[in-house]
Design a protein around this ligand. Structure first.
Ligand code: PA5
Length: 449
C-alpha cells in the first residue's frame, strides 16, 4: 500500500451500499463544481491546484529561508492562529519524535508556536524561555490584522529587537501575508523582512500546502518536496469523477450519514502523534460546513486514551454520531511486551507481542463495538507517518471538504460567523471606531445586573 485508502463498509447498517450509490451522481456534480470553479466561493479555490502548480522556485526559496533560520536559531517561533497555525502544527507533530521538546538540541532549532491563544502566562513563559536563546520569528497572517497573532508579534518583535538590535532582526523575522494589503505587509516592507505571499484565492484553512505551512514544516526539518509530491498524487486521484475517487466517497458517505440523522462526526486516531491532525481537520470541516443552520459537527478523540473518558458516550450515548477512524498501518519502532515471572498483572498472555499489535486489537475491538452500538465507521488507512502520506491525507481531506460542502448546500469557503466574537471583544475593549457597540454592550451588561 503506497497511498491512503478509504473503506466505508462499516456504515452499511445505517446507509447501505445502494443508498451510497444513489448519491454518486450528486457527488460527481459537486466535484465538478469544485474543479470547474462554478459554485459559491469560487474565488477561493486556489488551493485545488497548489500541489501541482506550485513552482519549484518557490519551494527552493522556502527551503533556503528555512535553512538560514535552521543555521542561525535555537528556537523559531511560528506566530499565527486558525488556518495560519493548525496545518503546520499538525504536520510537525505527526512527523516529530513525541519527546522532541525534552531532548537536547540536535543543532537545529526547536519550533514553538505563539499567537494561537491570548494566554498571558503562555506568553510570559514563552518569553522567559526565549530570554537567553537565539531565536527567530515566522509571523503568519493572511489579513495581517488578526488580534491574537498581532499581540504575540508585538511582544516577541520587541524582545528580539532588544536582544539583537533593530538592524539585525530583519534577518531573523519572516512574514507570510497578503501580497499588498494589511498591517503586516506594510510593516514587513518598512522593516525589510523576508516575506512570502498568501494568495488571495487560498483561504486560511486551505493554506497548509502554501508557504503558510511549508516554511514552518521545512524549519522543523521535514521534506516539503515529498509532502507536496504526496499531495500532487492525491490531486490527480481526487479529480476522477467516479467511485475510485476517495475524496468523493468520503464526502458522499458523510453526507449520507448526516441525512440519516448522524449529525456529529468524530475523527478518531490511535496514534498520539495525530492529535493535532484532528485539530486541523476540525477547523477545516467546522469552518467550511457549519453555517446556514446546517453542518456535521466535527469533533475528535485520541484513542485509546479517550476510550477511558469519551468511550462510554460514544458506545451508548445519543445515536447521532459516526466515526471516521484514522488507522496507521506501520509504526517506526518495535517494542515488545516483556515476560514477567510473577505475572501479577496477568499480562503474560501478551508477552512477546508488539505494543502495536495490542493497539491494533484495541482499534478493531472498538470499531466492532461501536458499529454494534449504532455508530457507523468510515476507515481511512495511512501507510505510515511520512511526508508523502501526510501530503496525501491533507489534500484528500481538503478536496473532500469542498465536495462535501456543496453536497450539504453551503458555501464551504467563507466563514462569516467568526466575526461575531471579534465585534463583541472590540466593543468590550473599547477599540476606537467601536463607540456605538461599546455603549450598547455596556447597557446590555448593566441590564443583566
Ligand atoms: O481559515 C481561516 O480563514 C481562519 O481560520 C484564519 O486562518 C484565521 O482566522 C487567521 O487569519 P489570518 O491569517 O488572517 O490572521
Amino acid at each position: 500500500m503506497n497511498k491512503i485508502d478509504i473503506n466505508v463498509s462499516a456504515v452499511y447498517k445505517t446507509v447501505d451500499a445502494d443508498g451510497l450509490k444513489a448519491l454518486v451522481p450528486e457527488a460527481i456534480k459537486a466535484l465538478d463544481t469544485v474543479d470547474t470553479a462554478t459554485g459559491a466561493g469560487n474565488d477561493f479555490l486556489g488551493w485545488v491546484n497548489l500541489p501541482a502548480a506550485t513552482p519549484a522556485s518557490l519551494i527552493e526559496d522556502i527551503e533556503a529561508t528555512a535553512a538560514r533560520l535552521r543555521e542561525t536559531c535555537e528556537y523559531v517561533v511560528c506566530i499565527g492562529i486558525g488556518g495560519s497555525y493548525l496545518g503546520a502544527k499538525a504536520v510537525i507533530e505527526a512527523l516529530s519524535d513525541s519527546f522532541v521538546a525534552y531532548r537536547p538540541s540536535n543543532g537545529h532549532p526547536k519550533v514553538v508556536f505563539a499567537g494561537q491563544n491570548i494566554g498571558e502566562d503562555y506568553m510570559f513563559e514563552l518569553m522567559d524561555l526565549l530570554a537567553d536563546k537565539k531565536f527567530g520569528i515566522i509571523v503568519i497572517s493572511k489579513s495581517g490584522t488578526t488580534t491574537e497573532p498581532a499581540i504575540a508579534f508585538r511582544l516577541l518583535k520587541e524582545q528580539l529587537e532588544r536582544k539583537e538590535g533593530k538592524e539585525k532582526v530583519s534577518q531573523l523575522i519572516v512574514a507570510i501575508t497578503d501580497a499588498k494589503k494589511g498591517a503586516l505587509r506594510q510593516l514587513a516592507t518598512e522593516e525589510g523582512y523576508k516575506t512570502f505571499v498568501i494568495d488571495d484565492n487560498v483561504g486560511g484553512r486551505f493554506s497548509v500546502l502554501s508557504p503558510v505551512g511549508l516554511l514552518p514544516i521545512a524549519v522543523a526539518g521535514y521534506d516539503i518536496k515529498a509532502l507536496m509530491a504526496g499531495a500532487a498524487e492525491m490531486e490527480k486521484i481526487t479529480a476522477q469523477p467516479d467511485e475510485n475517487n476517495p475524496a468523493l466517497v468520503y464526502a458522499l458517505t458523510r453526507n449520507a450519514l448526516y441525512r440519516a440523522g448522524k449529525k456529529i462526526e468524530i475523527l478518531a486516531n490511535y496514534c498520539p502523534k495525530l492529535h493535532y491532525f484532528g485539530e486541523w481537520w476540525k477547523q477545516l470541516y467546522g469552518e467550511s460546513e457549519g453555517k446556514d443552520g446546517k453542518g456535521i459537527f466535527p469533533t475528535s478523540v485520541d484513542f485509546t486514551t479517550d476510550l477511558h473518558s469519551m468511550g462510554q458516550w460514544i458506545q451508548e450515548g445519543e445515536r447521532t454520531v459516526f466515526e471516521t477512524v484514522l488507522t496507521l498501518q506501520q509504526q517506526d519502532h518495535e517494542v515488545l511486551v516483556p515476560t514477567d515471572n510473577a505475572n501479577l498483572d496477568g499480562l503474560n498472555f501478551l508477552a512477546g507481542k508488539r505494543i502495536d499489535q495490542v493497539n491494533k486489537m484495541a482499534e478493531l475491538g472498538t470499531r466492532i463495538a461501536h458499529v454494534d452500538g449504532g455508530v457507523p465507521n468510515i476507515v481511512v488507512s495511512i501507510p505510515a507517518l511520512r511526508e508523502q502520506y501526510i501530503g496525501q491525507l491533507i489534500y484528500f481531506f481538503e478536496k473532500a471538504c469542498g465536495i462535501s460542502g456543496y453536497l450539504l448546500g453551503v458555501n464551504p469557503f467563507n466563514q462569516p460567523g467568526v466575526e461575531a466574537y471579534k465585534k463583541n471583544m472590540f466593543a468590550l475593549l473599547e477599540k476606537p471606531g467601536y463607540e456605538k457597540e461599546t455603549a450598547a454592550m455596556k447597557a446590555r451588561l448593566a441590564d443583566q445586573g
